[in-house]
Write a protein that binds this ligand. Structure first.
Ligand code: ZN
Ligand code: ZN
Length: 304
């Protein structure tokens, strides 16, 4: 069995992945970065303008030239695609390679390997789409590890400027594969990923799965809650004594020595008699247990 060639991964390839050099999880990551680049582009363009706060020179005007109206680091990243391919990196390149140049180079390399001319496309949206569309083929090429690494670095630089990173949202349902609570949805990503076992689910697959398992989980939670309440209730039972009958009322006192007793409380004698299965005229003097309600009234009569 061969392993994923992405340096930071190395997980074993499944039989259905054996024809290529990267695993499904790394493919998912590459797709997510390509998507993210298109979402980051407007944010990057918006970062082009300098903040209005003066960061250079002095307030007292010791500057020979007016400052550049735009940020050079952002301009470098947005810059036009430089000529050349990945295999033929221009050695005089200074600073990081601009986003369009990175995308164009890899798209060109892919087109060369496919033996097809590279179409002219939008420098970012067009070539991220082209790379994503041909990714299944790219994943069989030995250069995909370098592609993965260069995209990772590019995303890192872009995020550092836009100060925007996709947020991760933990999902309620456990993973259908490893049963752990590791499912995470990340902004802009097409899959929900298990951080424990690497399983990928589409949002529709997750919704189906959650619908199936969540009612069972909720039922279990409800049973636990009910059980706890019942346990709690049973600890709130008190022992009492029927002092005497007063008309159709039974006078109930706590089963404690007479000097500790509070005022007797009256309850319908017939109700108690029915509950404990003793004729009304034999209730007087009986020891009973009862549950204490929230209003301190007793119910759930049983013979002690
Ligand atoms: Zn991998
Ligand atoms: Zn899992």
């Amino acid at each position: 069995m061969s392993n994923c060639t992405i340096a930071t991964c190395g997980r074993p390839l499944r039989p259905d992945e054996a024809h290529r050099v990267t695993c499904g999880r790394c493919e998912h990551r590459i797709r997510a970065w390509l998507r993210e680049l298109t979402y980051q582009l407007p944010l990057l363009e918006a970062s082009l303008q300098h903040d209005r706060t003066p960061t250079q020179g002095s307030v007292h005007g010791g500057r020979a030239h007016s400052p550049l109206p735009v940020r050079l680091d952002v301009l470098n990243l947005l810059g036009p695609a430089a000529p050349g391919t990945v295999r033929d990196h221009p050695s005089d390149q200074t600073g990081p390679t601009p986003v369009p140049a990175v995308l164009h180079s890899w798209a060109q390399l892919l087109a060369d390997d496919l033996g097809k001319p590279l179409p002219r496309l939008h420098p970012v949206r067009g070539y991220t789409g082209y790379l994503a569309a041909h990714l299944p083929y790219a994943l069989t090429r030995d250069w995909v590890g370098d592609f993965h690494q260069e995209l990772a670095e590019l995303i890192g630089r872009v995020r550092a400027i836009t100060r925007t990173e996709p947020q991760r949202h933990r999902q309620d349902a456990p993973c259908p594969s490893c049963q752990g609570f590791g499912l995470v949805e990340e902004d802009w990503q097409p899959y929900i990923e298990c951080t424990l076992c690497g399983l990928l689910l589409t949002p529709a697959e997750y919704t189906d799965h959650a619908k199936r398992v969540m009612p069972r989980l909720y039922r279990t939670a409800l049973l636990i809650a009910t059980h706890e309440r019942m346990t709690h209730m049973s600890t709130e039972r008190v022992t009492v004594r029927v002092l005497l009958l007063f008309g159709d009322q039974a006078e109930i006192v706590a089963d404690v020595p007479p000097e500790e007793r509070a005022e007797p409380q009256r309850y319908p004698a017939a109700e108690i008699a029915a509950a404990v299965g003793v004729p009304v005229d034999q209730l007087a003097g009986k020891r009973l247990t009862a549950a204490v309600g929230d209003d301190d009234r007793l119910s759930g009569w049983q013979l002690a």
